[in-house]
Design a protein around this ligand. Structure first.
Ligand code: NAD
Ligand code: ZN
Length: 361
């Protein structure tokens, strides 16, 4: 089952998504062999790094080092970044070298930032192993780190030479992480409409590990995100549609002190947005949202947090613009499936009600 999308960036690159992906041939068609360093994390490395290293060596690469960072968001930090770039220097990775990031969004974001800055920029290949990384974080060129002051506050734009995802890697991904990736998939399916939306019928199969359903949904997602990003590479506005469910989602995450998985916060955020969409546009998509979330194994409510804290966090969100009026939020809502509306003004009282409806007992 060959599957690929060509992303139209300044230097176009391919996203390959296949079961039993032949990494040797995928890499060879994108990049002449040279010196590589493989970056991975402590969960993914033991499972998949040996086969990847072997494939790279078979393709003629010299793997100068394999760097394993602790699994988890905490590795998107300045101190882990320092450790990684110093390892690259110690391994003697040259300016013409290539960094391969094997892992989820954390390894991809960290690795991309390393590649964008080590020797003012080296080549970068993403080998996404989580569903979220395959459908979301490895597309769009955003890479970066967190600071104690906030998430993703340090970063860069960097397009990879290649994104190669082996669907077999998902067999070891914990089921909960599969659902978290599906939250972004169903978000994009609702925004895109058309055949992508129809194929959301395969959510339950994808969740159960059906590789054909997974491949189809991942390719739809990559194509959709790449198309949105291509029209808005530097985030002037259009890309904001990808924030569907994220305005309240981010607020919920912050109010829960980040003790709430992003995918679950976004799931609740989308349900709240569906409620607001009904109020603003009469679009009755609430049941549809509930059915899709259930099929993806996502909760319809999040554990109760203080609503006022959610609202405060939403006001502080870095994506708010200075011109926004106090006491008003800007939402991406759905006029209908496939018809996102950006910049819809939502008052505090309306937002408070929509949030209240997705808070658990
Ligand atoms: N750059 C972007 O545009 C963008 C977009 C969305 C999210 N992100 C970032 O992505 C990160 C979240 O990504 P994530 O959800 O992949 O988190 P993650 O990288 O922490 O992966 C989740 C967990 O699954 C494990 N894992 C990954 N693949 C596995 C596999 N095949 N088998 C077994 N375990 C596996 C990881 O080791 C980790 O423990 C966040 O930091 C977020 O900010 C970036
Ligand atoms: Zn998200």
């Amino acid at each position: 089952m060959r599957g690929s999308v060509t992303v139209a960036a300044t230097t176009p690159y391919e996203v390959r998504v296949e079961p039993a992906l032949d990494l040797n041939s995928a890499v060879s068609s994108a990049q002449p062999p040279g010196t590589a360093v493989l970056l991975t994390d402590s969960d993914v490395g033991p499972l998949h790094a040996p086969a990847v290293t072997e494939a790279l060596e078979r393709a003629g690469w010299t793997v100068a080092d394999i760097i394993t960072v602790p699994a988890g968001e905490a590795s998107k930090s300045l101190s882990v970044y320092e450790g990684v770039v110093r390892r690259l220097a110690a391994a003697g990775l040259p300016r013409g070298g290539t960094l391969f990031a094997l892992g989820g969004g954390v390894v991809g974001d960290l690795g991309g930032f390393v590649a964008s800055s080590y020797m003012r920029g080296i080549d970068f290949v993403q080998l996404p192993t989580s569903l979220l990384a395959m459908v979301d974080s490895s597309v769009g060129g955003k890479v970066g780190l967190d600071l104690p002051e906030g998430k993703n506050l340090v970063g860069a734009f960097l397009q990879p030479r290649l994104v190669a995802a082996n669907l077999d890697w998902l067999e070891t991904l914990p089921p909960r992480e599969v659902s978290h990736g599906l939250a972004e998939v169903l978000k994009m399916g609702l925004l895109a409409g058309g055949e992508f939306f129809e194929d959301l019928g395969g959510l339950a199969a994808a969740r159960a590990g059906d590789e054909e359903a997974l491949q189809s949904l991942i390719l739809h997602s990559v194509r959709y995100k790449a198309a949105v990003v291509a029209e808005d590479e530097r985030e002037s506005g259009l890309r904001a549609v990808l924030n569907y469910g994220h305005t309240i989602g981010h607020g919920l995450e912050a109010a829960a002190a980040y003790d709430l998985p992003h995918g679950e916060a976004v799931a609740a955020g989308m349900l709240a947005a569906a409620r607001l969409s009904r109020e603003k546009f009469g679009a009755d998509l609430l049941e549809l949202h509930e059915d899709l979330l259930r099929a993806a194994g996502l909760p319809l409510k999040v554990p109760a947090v203080d609503v006022e804290t959610v609202l405060e966090a939403m006001s502080r969100d870095k994506k708010r613009r200075n011109s926004d009026r106090a006491g008003e939020y800007r939402f991406v809502l759905l006029g209908d499936v496939g018809h996102p509306e950006r910049d819809v003004p939502v008052g505090v009282a309306e937002a408070r009600r929509a949030i209240g409806a997705v808070l658990g007992p």
